[in-house]
Ligand binder design. Structure first.
Ligand SMILES: Cc1cc2nc3c(=O)[nH]c(=O)nc-3n(C[C@H](O)[C@H](O)[C@H](O)COP(=O)(O)OP(=O)(O)OC[C@H]3O[C@@H](n4cnc5c(N)ncnc54)[C@H](O)[C@@H]3O)c2cc1C
Length: 383
C-alpha cells in the first residue's frame, strides 16, 4: 500500500492528538496519526488527570499557564465536552523549607496571569475540612487548576481531529522510516508506505526508540509511574492536591473514587507491572494528610510509562539533525501540557515561528547544556 500525507504523527496519545487537531485547525487537512497500540493505551489513558498552570520556574509556569487557560476553553474549542473542572489545585507544604519555596512562587504565578494565593493552615482547613491540620504547614492555591477525566479529553481530541479531516489509526505501529540525507521521505507502518513532507514524534516513553528508527537521537529513557484508585465515597476531597514532601498527588473523581499516587525511585525500564512500594507510599501519604482515607479499600492499581529527560521537562520543537522532523516527547506533565503543546508546536510547524513559551524546551538544550531547572514537580529521583 502506498499513500501520501503532508504530515505524519507517530503516536496517538494526547500529545499526538492535540498536535493533529491544531494542525488541522491551521488548515493542514491531510494529517495522518499512527499509533502502535489501542486508543488510550499509553500514558494518556493511565494518568492522574491533574491540571495546573503554576510551577516553580518561569519556563514551566509560562508554558503551563497557557495550557491551563486552553483547558478552560477546550470543550468549546473542540465542540466536545472534555469535563474539565477547575476545582482548584492545592500544592501543600509539610516542611518549612517547602513552605518557603511555595511562598516565592505566588508572585511568579501572578506575573503569568494565574490566580495564586499562599494559604495558612486555617484557610486550607476551610477548603478541605477532611485534612489533618497538624500534618500541613501551608499551601499555594491555584484557583484555575483542576482535573479532567482522560477518556473525555482523548475522545474529544479524536473526534474533533477526525471532523477536520485528520486520519488516525490505532494498532498500526511505525516499523521503519526512510531518509534521503537529512530529510525523512517515507514512514513505513507494516505493509503501508507513507510518503510525507514532515514527521512528528509523539511516542511517549517509546520516543527514544522511535528516534532510533529515524536515526535521530531523542535524549532520555522510559520509566514507570504508578497510580491507584480508592473505592468511591461521598465527597471527601474538593481540590486537586499535590504533596511535594511526600511526592504525592490526588483528587476525587466525579464518581467518588480517590485517584492519585506517590512516586518512588524507579530504574529506567519498560514495564506495566505494578509493585507494593508505590502502593504503600501512596497509602501512607493519603492516610497521613487525610486520615479518613485510611479506612477505604484500594480498588485498582496500575502503571504507565513516561519518557524521562534529564530535567523532567518536555522536548518540544524541531529536531536539530533531521530537517523535517519535529518532536513532542519527554513529557512528565504531558496531560496538563497537551493543549499548549498542540497549539504551539502546530504553529511552529506551519509558520516556522517558535513561540517564546516553547523555546526553552528545545530538543537540543542538553547538548547546549541549558536544562530547565524546575523545583515544584512531584517526581522521584531515578534509581
Ligand atoms: C500514573 C501516571 C500518572 C500521571 N499523572 C499525570 C497528571 O496528573 N497530570 C499530567 O499532566 N500528567 C500526568 N502523567 C503524565 C501524562 O500521562 C503523560 O505525560 C502524557 O500522557 C504523555 O502523552 P503522550 O501522548 O506523549 O504519550 P502516550 O499517551 O504514552 O502516547 C504515546 C503513544 O505512542 C504510541 N507508540 C509507541 N511506539 C510507537 C510506534 N512505533 N508507532 C506508532 N505509535 C507508537 C503508543 O502506543 C502510545 O499510544 C501521568 C502519567 C502516569 C503514567
Amino acid at each position: 500500500m502506498q499513500s501520501n500525507h503532508s504530515i505524519v504523527i507517530i503516536g496517538g496519545g494526547i500529545q499526538g492528538l492535540s498536535i493533529a487537531f491544531n494542525l488541522a485547525r491551521l488548515g493542514v487537512r491531510d494529517v495522518r496519526v499512527l499509533d502502535a497500540g489501542y486508543f488510550q493505551g499509553g500514558a494518556s489513558g493511565r494518568n492522574g488527570t491533574l491540571i495546573r498552570g503554576g510551577f516553580g520556574s518561569p519556563e514551566w509556569t509560562g508554558f503551563f499557564a497557557h495550557s491551563n487557560r486552553l483547558w478552560a476553553e477546550l470543550s468549546a474549542t473542540l465542540g466536545e465536552n472534555v469535563m474539565f473542572t477547575p476545582r482548584g489545585y492545592l500544592v501543600i507544604a509539610q516542611k518549612a523549607e517547602t513552605l518557603a519555596r511555595l511562598d516565592g512562587m505566588r508572585d511568579l504565578h501572578r506575573e503569568h496571569g494565574l490566580q495564586s494565593d499562599l494559604l495558612a493552615v486555617r484557610r486550607i482547613k476551610e477548603l478541605e475540612p477532611a485534612i489533618d491540620e497538624h500534618a500541613v504547614l501551608g499551601a499555594i492555591y491555584l484557583k484555575g487548576g483542576g482535573a479532567a477525566p482522560h477518556h473525555a479529553a482523548m475522545k474529544g481530541y479524536l473526534a474533533a481531529s477526525r471532523r477536520l479531516g485528520a486520519r488516525i489509526d490505532y494498532q498500526r505501529p511505525v516499523t521503519a522510516v526512510e531518509r534521503s540525507g537529512d530529510r525523512i521521505t517515507t514512514v513505513i507502518a507494516g505493509d503501508e508506505r507513507i510518503a510525507c513532507e514532515k514527521v512528528v514524534i509523539a511516542g511517549g516513553a517509546y520516543s527514544p526508540a522511535i528516534g532510533k528508527l529515524v536515526g535521530a537521537e531523542i535524549p532520555g529513557f522510559p520509566i514507570r509511574i504508578e497510580a491507584m484508585a480508592l473505592e468511591p465515597v461521598r465527597p471527601v476531597i474538593r481540590s486537586a492536591i499535590a504533596l511535594p514532601d511526600r511526592l504525592c498527588y490526588m483528587h476525587q473523581t466525579a464518581r467518588g473514587e480517590i485517584v492519585g499516587g506517590a512516586e518512588v525511585p524507579e530504574k529506567p525500564q519498560v514495564t506495566l507491572n505494578t509493585d507494593i512500594c508505590a502502593l504503600a507510599a501512596t497509602a501512607a501519604a493519603y492516610a497521613e494528610v487525610f486520615p479518613a482515607l485510611g479506612a477505604l479499600r484500594i480498588l485498582r492499581h496500575w502503571a504507565g510509562m513516561l519518557h524521562a529527560t534529564a530535567d523532567w521537562g518536555p522536548l518540544l520543537g524541531q529536531h536539530p539533525d533531521v530537517g523535517n522532523l519535529w518532536v513532542s516527547a519527554g513529557w512528565s506533565y504531558g496531560f496538563a501540557g497537551a493543549p499548549a503543546a498542540g497549539d504551539l508546536l502546530a504553529r511552529a510547524i506551519v509558520t516556522g515561528e517558535v513561540d517564546s513559551r516553547m523555546a526553552p524546551f528545545a530538543v537540543d538544550r542538553f547538548r547546549r547544556n541549558q536544562p530547565v531547572v524546575e523545583g515544584a514537580i512531584v517526581l522521584a529521583p531515578v534509581d
